[in-house]
Design a protein around this ligand. Structure first.
Ligand code: ADP
Ligand code: MG
Length: 263
């Protein structure tokens, strides 16, 4: 197996609820994402997948989150849980990228898609505007956005959901991240578009030699492109292993149930 790029160890997250009670969202979970690998984090809605991704990005709300002090999230040798706000922000702009279910939650509606990628490249890659524009057209071409020379001037709402997600992928890989966290990136899309976006993600993973943590409630969609699977249930990991093992010889009754739900 490749070296771990990300190592989550005993991650335990509680939320303080309004009535003062604690909700145990993550009950000491441990898993790794090796270099140059796609790991699927799978589980039904409410199992703690997004809380995990937010913890990895240092984005859990400060007001009511309690992270156990023995928890560790090692990325490239640093414990993410110990980083300063500034260091975290830098990490999110460079080595770790993310895409979410709703591209419109990340795309700014008042700027053209081109400008959003250009600004990202100028800020994080120190490119001149001219070089950033040329690279943006290359990236939009790479993610299959039709007519990138013109579409660079489009506003997010002028694109379809699938095209917006392509733009998000272009923006995510623009800074050549080591890890891309994709939280249900295809859930809001039609089935045929879903498949195209999954294929694009798989292509980008290989071409850019990054790792992908692909989060989904649908075990079926990961079969063709994930290398490893982590199955989550009620804030715990009930099973993890290679894609072959999980699909051919699942051990946990919950994994078997997820597999039986496949169309
Ligand atoms: P999913 O696996 O669907 O992504 P989430 O990780 O979003 O699930 O949520 C896991 C559980 O944690 C849910 O019950 C959710 O209501 C709860 N939760 C998430 N964020 C908070 C929060 N900030 N405060 C309280 N509960 C939360
Ligand atoms: Mg979620």
């Amino acid at each position: 197996m490749n070296n771990p790029l990300l190592k989550v160890e005993n991650l335990k997250v509680d939320f303080k609820l309004e009535d003062g009670k604690l909700f145990h969202a993550l009950k000491s979970i441990s898993f790794e994402v090796p270099e140059n690998t796609t790991v699927a984090l799978v589980g039904e809605s409410g199992s703690g997948k997004s809380v995990t991704s937010m913890a990895l990005l240092g984005l859990l709300p400060k007001s009511n989150t309690i992270i156990d002090p023995d928890s560790k999230i090692e990325f490239n040798g640093n414990n993410i849980l110990k980083l300063s706000k500034t260091a975290l922000r830098r990490l999110r702009g460079s080595d770790i990228a993310m895409i979410f279910q709703e591209p419109m939650s990340s795309l700014n509606p008042v700027f053209t898609i081109g400008n959003q990628i250009i600004e990202t490249l100028m800020l994080h890659k120190s490119l001149s505007r001219k070089a950033a524009r040329a690279r943006t057209i290359e990236l939009l071409n790479e993610v299959g956005l039709p007519d990138p020379e013109n579409r660079i001037n489009a506003y997010p709402h002028e694109l379809s959901g699938g095209q917006q997600q392509r733009v998000m992928i272009a923006m995510a890989v623009a800074c050549e991240p080591k890890l891309l966290i994709a939280d249900e990136p295809t859930t809001a899309l039609d089935v045929t578009i879903q498949k195209q976006i999954l294929e694009l993600l798989a292509q980008m993973q290989k071409r850019h030699g990054m790792s992908v943590l692909f989060i989904t409630h649908d075990l079926g969609v990961v079969a063709e492109f994930a290398d490893e699977v982590v199955v989550m249930r009620h804030g715990s990991i009930c099973e993890q292993g290679s894609i072959e093992t999980i699909f051919s010889d699942p051990q946990h009754s919950y994994t078997k149930a997820l597999l039986n739900c496949r169309p």
